[in-house]
Design a protein around this ligand. Structure first.
Ligand code: AMP
Ligand code: MG
Length: 426
């Protein structure tokens, strides 16, 4: 028996019928490792991807001292401490068009936001507080109480040339893409995209474009899975529906292992179905079957499949559509983020009052689907209707998970509960 299988099976044996959510996540995160390989790409292609090297700022941002407001650039030393000061307006500095004329003590320059501050001037008085006397290019009256350096953006106050602007391992969001552009960076080095192969299992699954036959359901899991994977920036290989047939499953798993970093399947891991899959997976790799103390999403398979000289991690998720999404967010997402080369931060959790009573059995973690709403100005949560693990509308109507802890029992209306918002899930 290989060490991985030994590790997986003894960890599962540790409490095979009730591996906790946190323990299962820890085991998975311990085992997966960041992928190797990177590529240079245009910064726009970096969205939802991971930086493979530090980006050192080649220039200061901003590149020059400039004004944060529309107003008048002045020399603070020219201003009277206790009363108004009259300064001569000698010209105007526009964004992208500097004032280049001479400057004497007692001179002020009209200045626009983003315009370079003429050398020697050190403070900006906003046009709202300054008063112009006579013609536009006449005299400006500055009230007392101006602070030296006010409304003045120093060169390099955002990013300093020579300093790391972004660190290796950073997951790039719109803010980071914009920051790279602010440095004039055209290309970045990205970790290579993670390749995820997905397929659904089940004899009852119908495909889009074909009327449902008696007893069939449309395969929705591949669509939620590919959506979640695409939001994570993964390359998705959709292998369709595979029948509950050992030969077909073997073929699909081997083909997937040959061309992907991770295989994500749904269905076929529950009691009754798992037996032949268990035997098959034992032959193709090292896979543990876990019963996780959670709802939805109790049965799950995790391990490695090897084929044609390469191997891939396998997540055998349950078939129920809500269970697929919950197990993906709780286990697959952090593992993929680690493989992508970034630090999988735990999902932020907030305490809010529950507007309604919630049914909950102690002894498992429950991920109910909730809607965060404001009630008399306070954020509260209510469940999104029926909570069966096949009821996908409970996910579609939700904006958060209500996480009910392992030991907890029923929740009374008004009790505080933990929620994880779905917005941050990339
Ligand atoms: P299983 O885990 O294979 O026992 O499936 C559990 C439940 O989920 C059954 O009601 C299946 O019909 C349903 N199911 C499995 N796979 C899918 C899928 N891809 N799309 C929608 N429902 C599914
Ligand atoms: Mg099935």
């Amino acid at each position: 028996m290989s060490s991985l299988l030994q590790e997986l099976s003894c960890l599962a044996d540790y409490d095979p019928n009730a591996l906790s959510v946190n323990r299962a996540r820890e085991i998975i995160l311990d085992l997966v490792a960041p992928l190797t390989g990177h590529e240079r790409a245009f910064i726009r292609r970096g969205l939802n991807r991971v930086l493979a090297e530090d980006v050192i700022a080649p220039v200061n941002v901003p590149a020059h001292d400039n004004s944060a407001m529309d107003g008048y650039a002045v020399r603070h030393a020219d201003l009277a401490a206790g009363g108004e000061t009259r300064l001569k307006i000698v010209g105007t500095a526009y964004a992208g068009r500097a004032y280049q004329g001479p400057l004497q003590p007692g001179d002020a320059v009209r200045i626009m936001t983003g315009a370079s501050v003429p050398p020697g001037l050190d403070s900006i008085v906003t046009q709202e507080v300054a008063r112009v006397e006579g013609p536009r290019d006449g005299t400006v009256v500055i009230p007392p109480g101006q602070r030296k350096g006010q409304n003045f953006r120093r060169a390099g106050e955002d990013l300093q040339a020579g300093q790391p602007a972004l660190k290796k391992g950073k997951l790039l969001r719109p803010a980071e893409i914009g920051l790279l552009a602010s440095l004039g960076q055209v290309e970045v080095t990205l970790k290579r995209r993670l390749r995820a192969a997905i397929f659904s299992t089940g004899d009852e699954l119908g495909s889009l474009g074909h009327p449902l036959q008696p007893g069939q359901v449309y395969d929705s899991n591949r669509y939620t899975l590919s959506g979640m994977l695409e939001r994570l920036g993964c390359e998705v290989m959709d292998m369709g529906v595979v029948k509950d047939d050992p030969a077909a499953l073997e073929e699909a798993l081997l083909a997937a292992a040959a061309c992907s970093d991770v295989i994500i399947t749904s269905g076929g891991v529950s009691v009754g179905e798992a037996d032949f899959i268990r035997a098959l997976m034992a032959r193709l790799g090292e896979v543990a079957f876990w019963k996780i103390a959670m709802k939805p999403g109790r049965p799950m398979a995790f391990g490695k499949i090897s084929g044609a000289g390469s191997s891939a991690w396998l997540f055998g998720l349950p078939g129920n559509p809500v269970a697929v999404m919950v197990t993906f967010y709780q286990f697959v997402r952090p593992a993929l983020l680690k493989m992508m080369g970034t630090q999988p931060a735990s999902l932020p959790t907030f305490l809010v009052p529950s507007l309604t009573p919630l049914k909950k059995a102690p002894g498992r973690t429950e991920f109910q689907r909730g809607l965060l709403i404001q009630d008399k100005g306070i954020w509260c949560v209510q469940p999104t209707g029926a909570q069966g693990s096949g009821i996908l509308s409970s996910m579609a109507d939700a904006n958060c998970f209500i996480v009910l802890e392992h030991e907890r029992g029923n929740v009374a209306a008004g009790e505080m509960v933990s929620v994880q918002t779905m917005e941050g899930l990339v």
